[in-house]
Design a protein around this ligand. Structure first.
Ligand code: FAD
Length: 285
């Protein structure tokens, strides 16, 4: 298992994000995606965390399975919101017992009140707990447009800078224009933070679902990107083709701008990621 901090220090990372399956059908999709994406030799893969006893078991099971059955380098996500402090410590202890040294420490999306704990209120507190439990390589989330719960972008940047003083690297929420990444990196640099910022990439394969997911994270697909993917009409295949083109162009611009890494939100599918890779000349589709 490799520390992501070491991989980032050695060069640009390429990574994929998966979510734990809820049923047999989703398990088959995940297994197929892993089968198709492992040959791309990602630097690491990450596994999301929803919260609560079921998610605790599911995320741990996916990570344990990846370690046992693949050559992939997995990192678990963990969120503050769904557990009291002692349980978060237990979950992290479970990850450490599997040999994990990488962790993505998150605040977590809000849950219904009865499932929500306020003992750790912000991701930075989870970073501190993770450090005490021996995680050598800890990442956090960054939001290029600012987090929707922040009063403004500047205050979000200040909190992100404070969080990154404790953590080792950040992975961004998905975005569509290179300027959004450059602005984030520049604004953090102005606050004295030069830690690696990995760019989150989500190729548009359906405009409606991309817009819905963007909305859920308090973001909006920029109007010129919407115009570009719909310029060929409403045919879903044409929108998808243009969405892949936009993502590949963004990745190429980010690589040109010396991005720390590209992290693909795969949604447990492999095709779009493979197509972007092919367009970048990293592999044949
Ligand atoms: P925080 O860093 O805690 O920030 C949340 C808000 O509080 C921001 O407005 C911030 O500016 C503010 N803030 C931070 N620290 C302080 C402080 N000390 N004092 C006052 N204000 C503060 N969600 C999931 O549920 N599961 C996942 O697996 C998951 N994976 C993700 C992966 C990535 C790469 C990204 C970008 C997001 C992911 N999310 C996930 C979503 C994330 O949990 C939400 O965006 C959540 O609402 C905020 O998480 P955060 O880690 O940015 O929180």
């Amino acid at each position: 298992m490799f520390r992501i901090t070491d991989l980032l220090a050695a060069g640009t990372t390429f990574s994929f994000e998966f979510f734990p399956p809820k049923d047999e059908r989703e398990q088959r999709l995940l297994s197929a995606a892993i089968h198709d994406l492992e040959p791309l030799h990602p630097s690491f893969v990450s596994v999301t965390y929803r919260g609560g006893a079921v998610s605790r078991q599911r995320t741990t099971a996916v990570v344990a399975d990846l370690l046992k059955t693949t050559a992939l380098n997995p990192m678990a996500h963990l969120t503050c919101v769904a557990h009291p402090r002692f349980e978060l410590g237990e979950i992290m202890g479970g990850f450490r017992a599997l040999g994990m040294e990488n962790l993505l420490a998150l605040g977590g999306d809000p849950l219904p009140t009865e499932q929500s704990y306020q003992e750790l209120r912000h991701a930075s507190e989870l970073v501190e707990l993770g450090r005490r439990l021996g995680f050598a390589s800890i990442g956090v989330a960054a939001h290029p447009a600012g987090h929707p719960r922040s009063p403004d972008r500047q205050s979000d940047r200040t909190q992100l800078a404070a969080k990154l003083r404790l953590a080792d690297f950040a992975i961004t929420q998905f975005f569509f224009k290179v300027e959004e990444y450059l602005r984030l990196r520049d604004e953090l640099a102005a606050l004295g933070i030069t830690k690696p910022i990995v760019a989150g990439i989500m190729p548009i394969t359906s405009l409606v679902s991309a817009q819905r997911m963007a909305e859920l994270s308090g973001y909006a697909v920029p109007a010129d990107i919407v115009r570009r993917v719909t310029a060929g009409g409403e045919d879903p295949e044409e929108i998808r083709r243009r969405g892949i083109e936009v993502a590949a162009e963004l990745c190429a611009q980010l690589l040109e701008a010396k991005v720390a890494g590209l992290h693909f939100y795969t949604l447990n599918f492999s095709k779009a990621t493979r197509e972007v890779y092919a367009r970048l000349g990293l592999v044949t589709a």
